[in-house]
Design a protein. Structure first.
Length: 754
């Protein structure tokens, strides 16, 4: 009967295994995620792999059921407004096989609904997408619904700028609905200023207060700026205080809050249990710190040179990537220069591609700077690990000394026990006469003692070997420390010598720059902001005066030049550029700005032998020729190599900009390139501005660039001030934007009031 039961049980188990296997074969699922052309996750995508539809979450992730084979993957059903399926691949993520789907942007009809700050629909209202170029404008109907045709190159997300009723929609007011993908845009609630007082009518500065349950801290004026709208039933609380009175000044959007001290304080008191818990946690932290120190020593016991070489290789790869991007930008620039062969769509695509390449170049440079920082951190950590290892070796030696002392005590105790045992044995032999029994017992104990003694001797030998090894390691560490000190002294001496040579080069470079006293003879009101990144600069400014003769009017030439690189390499280029400009304009008497750039382009390539060595160094610059007429009219002839000319019309109060040619001076390509000349008529009192890209490319702590648009807005605000004041305001704005971040490039800005 038992055998029959076992056979029956095995048959049931086998059936279950077979059914589970078949079921697993019938239904199979796979994880996946969807990303766009920018590598960002795409949510709300409707996907089918032949087993029903799933929708990606906010991180672009999904889990879909598929059948056997790759047929389901070859027929992926993909639905998302503004996106199209580009390609897919299987990859590994967290040890699992996942499906990675790539999308491309397509043009689409955006369906949206507009609301005011109170949640009411905006009827018959103009909705403007300002981030598109040109702007896209739509009109809502009686239900607040609007439709926009979005081109493939335009991105619609929370960073998009929508304008309704002349007001900008904040990012929290832009939201795609999960059902239908309809975009809701809502105007922001009006900003209120809350002023907090105590019961003696004194403003509470840097004071923590909760508004409707959310915590805020007042500034040094006792004020908070938040969005509450027209709500009147707000609550204001603070520890140790109670709400006394609230006054709403609706016309000025100000709320005055008066708090009074309460009778009870909710200060928490730690119990004995809490204190014990704290002490225990302290012990745990100490143990964790000790473990981390040991792990750190083990981690940095690896080959130090190997780590440094890995970082150097990473930096070399980043440099090569930068060179590839710059080469690609040159190719795009060549295509853009052939304007007669391009239609409007191709020009727009090339401009967008050029912008993407510039962004990639900036990100690559930032990655290079991060690698530099990592190299320094590795060196600092290695030094710290060596120091910790010295401490651990010292502690080990102390433990060994204690072990030796304990061993000596054990040996002494053993010797004393042996002596006592011998006396007792002799007494027993003499009294009892059991010589045979006693001798056997003593022999046995002696054998045991011999084994113990042998074990102690082996332990002693092992300890001695460990001490010798530790001493050897200490000697090696000391030698490495001495080598590092000698290397540090050599590096310091070489660095000082190099710095002294560079400072001498600075003297030479400053001697070649035009004297500002000379410039003041011809330019009554001007400023120059000149901030080298290193001691010497790859940016330089150039000025010369051509007197009136043979019926020609007096001419003033001014240029802002940005050479390839910065520091010593850029400084050498600036010396070549300054010398060639003096030769072309002052000696060869070439006074047309486009001809000057033509000659400068050819001469730079000749001086650097770029045909033979395939070099691509050069310079970007903006060059102006200023001619004053008999009336108040001023003629300005401008030619630019990848740098614009910005000017301010004091009558219309407008800032305007003229773009230069998309071709740098120098390089192995287009030696006979003919630069364009643009002539503008200005009035006395107008201002012109020339600059390098150092200011607009400077990043802040959030890695945001200062930007061309911000610079033009700032110049518009300060253009009517004296040039000395403009220089001060400009440099203060740069300093506030940069903060504690390192200067990325040489900075040059020239401002002239005509």
């Amino acid at each position: 009967m038992t055998r029959t039961f076992i056979i029956f049980f095995n048959s049931i188990l086998f059936s279950l295994l077979i059914s589970n296997s078949l079921f697993a074969q019938e239904i199979k699922s796979i994880k996946g995620f969807v990303i766009d052309e920018d590598g960002a996750p795409v949510n709300g995508v409707k996907i089918s792999l032949g087993k029903g539809y799933v929708i990606t979450d906010k991180d672009g992730n999904f889990i879909a059921e598929v059948g056997e084979g790759n047929e389901a993957f070859d027929n992926i059903q993909f639905f998302k407004r503004g996106h199209a399926l580009k390609t897919w691949e299987k990859t590994q993520k967290n040890g699992d096989e996942v499906l990675k789907i790539f999308t491309s942007y397509t043009e689409f009809e955006l369906l949206g609904k507009a609301f005011d700050e109170y949640g009411e629909v905006l009827k018959n209202t103009e909705v403007v997408l300002a981030t598109a170029d040109p702007q896209i404008i739509a009109q809502t109907n009686d239900k607040g619904i609007f439709s926009m045709h979005i081109p493939a190159y335009v991105r619609v997300n929370k960073k998009s700028v929508f304008i309704m009723k002349g007001r900008k929609v904040e990012s929290e007011g832009i939201e795609f609905q999960e059902k239908g993908g309809i975009l809701h845009v809502a105007l922001p609630v009006k900003m209120q200023k809350i002023v907090v007082f105590d019961d003696s009518n004194q403003r509470l500065e840097s004071f923590e207060v909760k508004v409707n349950g959310k915590g805020y801290t007042t500034n040094n004026k006792g004020e908070i700026n938040i969005r509450l709208g027209d709500k009147k039933d707000n609550t204001f609380t603070a520890p140790g205080f109670a709400q006394n009175e609230v006054k709403y000044l609706s016309a000025d959007q100000i709320i005055m809050v008066y708090l009074k001290k309460s009778e009870f304080d909710n200060t928490e008191v730690k119990t004995d249990t809490d204190l014990k818990t704290t002490d225990t946690n302290g012990d745990k932290d100490e143990l964790i710190a000790t473990t981390k120190t040991e792990d750190l020593v083990e981690q940095y016991g690896k080959d130090f040179n190997y780590i440094i070489n890995e970082l150097e290789l990473e930096k070399q790869m980043l440099i090569e990537r930068s060179n590839q991007i710059r080469t690609e930008m040159e190719k795009v620039a060549e295509k853009m220069n052939k304007e007669e062969e391009l239609n409007d769509d191709e020009k727009e695509m090339l401009n967008e591609y050029m912008t993407q390449l510039e962004s990639q170049l900036i990100e690559n440079d930032l990655a290079y700077e991060d690698a530099q920082v990592k190299t320094k951190e590795i060196i600092d950590r290695m030094k710290m690990a060596m120091m910790n290892k010295d401490s651990l070796n010292q502690a080990t030696e102390e433990k060994l000394e204690v072990a030796v002392i304990e061993k000596q005590k054990v040996e002494e105790e053993l010797q004393r026990d042996i002596f006592i045992f011998s006396v007792v044995a002799c007494s027993l032999l003499a009294i009892l006469g059991v010589t045979v029994f006693s001798s056997r017992r003593i022999k046995k104990q002696r054998n045991e003692l011999a084994i113990v003694n042998q074990q102690l001797n082996e332990a002693k030998d092992e300890l001695v070997e460990n001490v010798k090894e530790i001493h050897s390691q200490n000697e090696e560490i000391k030698k490495q420390s001495e080598d590092l000190k000698i290397l540090n002294i050599e590096v310091t001496q070489k660095n000082k010598k190099i710095t002294d040579n560079i400072r001498y080069a600075l003297t030479v470079q400053e001697a070649l720059l035009p004297s500002q006293d000379k410039m003041k003879k011809y330019l009554k009101d001007f400023f120059i902001t000149y901030l080298p990144k290193d001691i010497v600069s790859g940016d330089f400014y150039w000025f010369t005066h051509i007197p009136a003769e043979d019926g020609a009017t007096e001419k003033l030439f001014i240029a802002a030049v940005d050479c390839t690189g910065h520091g010593v390499s850029g400084a050498f280029m600036s010396l070549i550029g300054s010398t060639l400009l003096n030769e072309i304009v002052n000696q060869r008497q070439i006074h047309k700005t486009d001809d000057i750039l033509y000659e400068l382009n050819r001469n730079v390539a000749h001086q650097l032998k770029q045909k033979e060595n395939a070099g691509n160094d050069g310079m970007d610059l903006s060059l102006c020729c200023i001619e004053y007429k008999n009336d108040d009219t001023v003629t300005v002839n401008y030619s630019g190599a990848k740098r614009p000319l910005t000017y301010f019309d004091h009558k219309t109060k407008e800032i305007k900009s003229i773009r230069g040619d998309r071709k740098s001076v120098g390089g192995k390509h287009n030696l006979d390139y003919q630069f364009s000349n643009q002539e503008i008529q200005l009035q006395k009192g107008d201002c012109i501005y020339l600059d390098s890209d150092g200011l607009t490319d400077q990043n802040n702590s959030q890695r945001e660039r200062f930007g061309t648009q911000r610079l033009q807005n700032l110049l518009l605000e300060i253009a009517e001030n004296p040039m000395v004041t403009q220089k001060k305001i400009l440099e203060e704005n740069l300093e506030n934007h940069q903060g504690d971040n390192e200067q990325r490039d040489d900075i040059l800005v020239i401002g002239i009031r005509l």
